[in-house]
Ligand binder design. Sequence first.
Ligand code: FBP
Length: 558
Amino acid sequence: MSDKCQVSELHAERLKFKPVLPNVLKKGVASIKPVFGKATKSIADYDTVKSIFSHTYGMPVVSFQTGNNMAITKKAINVGVVLSGGQAPGGHNVIFGLLEGLKSANKKNKLFGFLGGPSGILDNKTMEITDKVISRYKNTGGFDMIQSGRTKIESPEQFAQAKDTLLKNKMDALVFIGGDDSNTNAALLAEYLKKENVDVNVIGVPKTIDGDLKNEHIEASFGFDTATKIYAELVGNICRDVNSARKYWHFVRLMGRSASHITLEVGFKTQPNIVLIGEEVLAKKMTLADIINQIADIVVKRSEMKKNFGVILVPEGLIEFIPEMKELISTLNDVLAENEMNISILKDIEEKREFVLAKLPQKLSKLMESLPLDIACQLMLDRDPHGNVQVSLIETEKLLIEMVTDKLQELKKQNKFNGKFASINHFFGYEGRCGVPSNFDANYTFALGYNAAALVLNGLSGYLSSVKNLTAKSQDWKCGGVPLTMMMNIERRKGKEKAVIQKALVKLDGKPFKEFAKQRVTWALKDCYMFPGSIQFFGPANVTDITTKTLQYEQKKK
Ligand code: FBP
């Protein structure tokens, strides 16, 4: 953003907003000391994870407490920061907090941003982040200050290149702001640098709108709060439209690559008629036909009440949770990885599909053939650099509409449905990732960055910045660090077994899902729509400062 560009009125106001730090950090990083807990273990596959991370496995959880720590102010240090993966509201404030935290210890500490994501480390593209640079990005959405990318640092040459860049730039530490895959990468880099005896520490910061990077020490990933508020505004508006016009069924697919946290949260905020949760589909081993029957059943019941309208939320990752589709996608992953060269030379998508169909076991080949051509082709699109199917490009909501329409026609012929069914499809994903951070995310990200500075200055490596107690006021949040290896297990990626941070899925025995299960029957037939409206930055605290229903239910005492 150039100095000369005008900014909007809200942007100008948000630049003035002062994030509220947790009390423990308020006096600066030299006034806190790390307190170490017991040695930790990975969540599963201990021996394999330990053998991959022999230098960083088993480190203790760290919490910060008030205490004199002047030793960290003596030497000026250089720190690099990189934004990795999808955008999430609040990324700029992590960098803002990081800079403030570093400067609180020594004014000569310097911060450099790697440009364009991890590829900036490989290509040695940096810029210094000064107070002047930050002054234009405080409390703003997006990652445009230094941009992001999905390059994975994985080959021995890339690790060596990364080491080279860090040494050339005389870096003492690198802060990786990313989701589960990016932080897995951060853990691998931390391990590699330790093994190579390179004195550069690596710290992660939990980012992702998907909300699936969490555990007892990471209560939420940043961006989830703002993104779900933005989607909830849009879905709430659709609910009101539906309730006014009374003639359409809206199928809304919401982002969230794997876990259905976003859909569940937006469901709580808007109370639509149907909310599909991928994790439940998997647990109940539901087929595509079961899902269609479930939707059709509610459409029929509502039509008998003269309600030929409704709203359905579909999590982006639903397709991967349907057991038959999961098997198809996982086998496709292997087939695509094994035949990369052969497939790449085929020009036509039809040819590619034929080639792949011939390689699949008969059962899966039949399933793939039964899918609409568009969907079958979308399933074959390139995986991302971490081996994930790009579910944001798969139009599951259209697939559901097509199949529900067929089912209702069948029911009509049997005189079991006499209503009307007109549908509209939506996908809300990219709309929510760069929104202006809510007060919660503005405070949370600033604290995460400041806390990351504390971890760096205390010489820690292979840790994720942890700020807890998030349903309390930000002054009362608790700060520390959690070892990245503690969140790992072994999973199959790109046809190989890899140590990765496990995604936190919606727990069916967790409080949020149980609460939803209690309420959904009422939402289906009665019209209990809620209209949350847009994010409020100014006004009463019970509107401006509340965080997600998911966190509120999770932290509810009873
Ligand atoms: P991160 O896990 O990197 O935060 O990204 C999450 C996400 O926004 C998903 O919800 C979505 O499926 C995906 O990114 C889209 O990726 P891309 O930005 O590469 O299209």
